[in-house]
Write a protein that binds this ligand. Sequence first.
Ligand SMILES: [Zn+2]
Ligand SMILES: [Zn+2]
Length: 164
Amino acid sequence: MKHVAADVEQLREQFRVFLRTKMYRNTQERFRVLERVAELDRHFTADELYVYMNTCGDKISRATVYSTLDLLTRCNILVKHRFQGDSATYELAARKPNHDHLICRDCGHMIEFQESALLALQDSIAERYGMRALRHSLQIFAQCRDQEHCTHRRHGEDSTTSDD
Ligand SMILES: [Zn+2]
Ligand SMILES: [Zn+2]
């Protein structure tokens, strides 16, 4: 967990510019959230981040975590996914560019994959309609074929897990 995929200083600058442009206050807490998110370097929910930050000794409210994640998503530092259940899953946009997600509908097991054919497809679809593709988001909902490995099965709960 120590390798940080993104250049934290660069992210800080991106966030600073966004906050200034949108006239939001440049609070220390907001930047603390950004640093912790960069440290995590995986998918996480707002509640997981809240628990992680408090375990790390950061005194931060749940409301601040939620509102900061919203700001970080709006300035494209984070990507927000809705896999299943009620809670959104976040990850750093710079963490692993151009990957998509395969999610078991039953147990929530999630696999990240890269498929170059999809990149070619996104480009040709955008081109067909006179546009230039920037990014795409694809979620494949599936079922584990091997039921024995579908062990995270829960009922009605959001049980999205990361494969790392
Ligand atoms: Zn991902
Ligand atoms: Zn499964």
